[in-house]
Write a protein that binds this ligand. Structure first.
Ligand SMILES: Cc1cc2nc3c(=O)[nH]c(=O)nc-3n(C[C@H](O)[C@H](O)[C@H](O)COP(=O)(O)OP(=O)(O)OC[C@H]3O[C@@H](n4cnc5c(N)ncnc54)[C@H](O)[C@@H]3O)c2cc1C
Length: 500
């Protein structure tokens, strides 16, 4: 935010005050609101959301076929049973979230069309002042809150990430990013190239292949895929036995998490075996003669990037049936008609879709200040991937990569509610984390270890993220199985917590 922005923005007529302000009405923000009403009844709060509806990711993304790649037993909240097929469409996820909102009277707490521009902490008042612009009326709204619960996700919702390639301006066809899918896009009978190799590309290609003349998936390097039926046998059996849905949800979650833990462990302990298994899964659809070495054999170890789940191997079926094809290569330049690759091959296309990922933003592009001083997050050290040194009364919800994001939403909600109760008991108005004496010579490292997890959108934004230490307290370990025991056991009077 610049001084001229401040001058340009009209003074709000009123300031509303809440105990807690939740940023974002995606799956994290709605979960936070639920837990706050249940675990801290009487706490006043508001949820501010920039979009015109709830859902976050599942409202922003509207491309054909948009679906989860996690199962909804674990991507769903622990408190609301999931009763459908494990992999769900965006509409199904929003329906589920809508039920959480209506069943728990959360709607009255959510304000849509409120884009938060700034958040300023005052140590004198021990509270945050938050300014938001209404995206519909352009009014400025001011709020104060003692505690800020950041559920803004990890990427810019307004626009996806598209690399700059030479010649892009020469291309005469239509260029589309899946994050801003045009409602009028007519791909029937068209030649389409989808650039990308992640979950979005893998979802989009089978969803449009039947209607297009042909779809080419163009990737620079391969990704690991795992396919299976979109069905959970254990859940189906338990349903046949007329077991209560609440029980089914809990039992199936435990079974999935148990199996995922074993798989994750194996991907570290015997990466080559896991790699061979994943590739064999692809070969089972495409046959032994398909060049899986070029197109489906990544250079990295399994789980160093998210493994995309493909229900019923639908993308492989499209390739096998000839409606889709896959090309692995580097783009040399865009041409008038399509894309020229370094190999000399030219891909002609009426439509090019850049499924090239997100623009990561650390905290919702909000200008933060602490007692008038701009806050630079990359100068802070992250406490268990949820608080920052020197930043009072704020929690940051950043989920898991190797397990469903939402598992962490529930765990962090318990932590925040416990922390708020602890502050109340102590009569404290302020809490922040600080390095302990034993951390004074701790080496500070980039937020995530690229050996552990290294997708492009994180690597591009590492310089914006807080620092990591070499002790678990100062890391986002990405390990649900550890955190489910560690987070509830955190000693809130430990030396890293400072209250006032
Ligand atoms: C296509 C796609 C598929 C995915 N599939 C999976 C999956 O299967 N499993 C999985 O675990 N993860 C998946 N993810 C990751 C996914 O984003 C998270 O799991 C989860 O949906 C994030 O929820 P969230 O509420 O934290 O953030 P978001 O869904 O990003 O929601 C954040 C909300 O905060 C609002 N906001 C942000 N900044 C501001 C501001 N300054 N002022 C006001 N409001 C603001 C945004 O408008 C948005 O509505 C997927 C991501 C994408 C893009």
């Amino acid at each position: 935010m610049t001084a001229s922005d401040t001058l340009a923005r009209p003074e709000p007529a009123t300031t509303e005050n809440f105990d807690v302000l939740i940023v974002g009405a995606g799956i994290s923000g709605v979960g936070a609101a639920y837990h706050l009403t249940r675990q801290r009844p009487g706490t006043t709060f508001v949820v501010l959301e920039a979009l015109d509806n709830f859902g976050g990711t599942w409202w922003t993304h509207r491309y054909p076929g948009i679906r989860s790649d996690s199962d909804l037993y674990t991507f769903g909240y622990r408190f609301k049973p999931w009763t459908g097929a494990p992999i769900a469409t965006a509409d199904e996820i929003r329906k589920y979230m809508g039920e959480v909102i209506s069943e728990n009277n959360l709607a009255c707490h959510i304000r849509y069309n409120h884009q938060i521009a700034s958040a300023s902490w005052s140590s004198e008042d021990n509270r945050w002042t938050i300014e938001a612009t209404r995206t519909d009326t352009h009014e400025t709204k001011r709020f104060t809150a003692n505690f800020l619960w950041m559920c803004q996700g990890y990427y810019r919702h307004a626009r996806g990430y598209t690399p700059e390639w030479p010649g892009m301006d020469r291309y005469k066809g239509r260029l589309v990013h899946p994050q801003s899918w045009p409602e009028d896009l007519d791909y029937a009978g068209k030649r389409v190239v989808v650039i990308g190799s992640g979950a979005t590309a893998a979802t989009l290609v089978p969803a449009i292949a039947a209607d297009c003349a042909h779809v080419t998936l163009l990737q620079r390097s391969p990704t690991f895929f795992i396919s299976g039926r979109n069905q959970n046998d254990l859940a189906d059996t338990l349903r046949e036995l007329e077991i209560d849905e609440t029980w089914i949800h809990e039992i199936v979650r435990r079974k999935i998490l148990h199996d995922q833990a074993a798989f994750t462990r194996r991907s570290f302990e015997e990466p080559e075996v896991v790699k061979r298994e994943l590739i064999a899964g692809v070969k089972a659809y495409l046959g032994p003669d398909f060049d899986t070495e070029t197109h489906f054999t990544p250079q990295y170890r399994p789980w160093r990037q998210r493994i995309a789940f493909v229900p019923d191997g639908d993308i492989f079926q499209g390739i096998r049936d000839g409606k889709a094809s896959i090309v692995t290569g580097e783009i040399e330049t865009f041409t008038e008609k399509g894309i020229l690759l370094n190999s000399g091959e030219e891909l002609e296309a009426d439509i090019i879709i850049t499924a090239t990922g997100f623009s990561l933003n650390v905290l919702g592009d909000i200008a933060f200040t602490i007692d008038g001083k701009p806050l630079v997050f990359s100068d802070t050290v992250g406490y268990r991937g949820m608080m920052f040194t020197g930043v009072p009364n704020m929690i940051w919800v950043f989920g898991y990569f190797r397990a469903s994001w939402t598992l962490r939403v529930d765990l962090l909600s318990d932590f925040v509610c416990r922390l708020l109760a602890h502050m109340e008991k102590k009569g404290a108005r302020r809490v922040e984390v600080a390095l302990r004496p034993e951390d004074s010579d701790m080496e500070l490292l980039p937020w995530i270890d690229p050996e552990n997890f290294n997708p492009g959108y994180l690597m591009r934004a590492m310089h914006l993220l807080p620092k990591r230490g070499d002790k678990p307290e100062w890391q986002h370990t990405q390990d649900y199985w550890r955190e489910k025991d560690e987070l509830p056991a955190i000693d809130l009077d430990g030396a890293e917590f400072r209250y006032a």
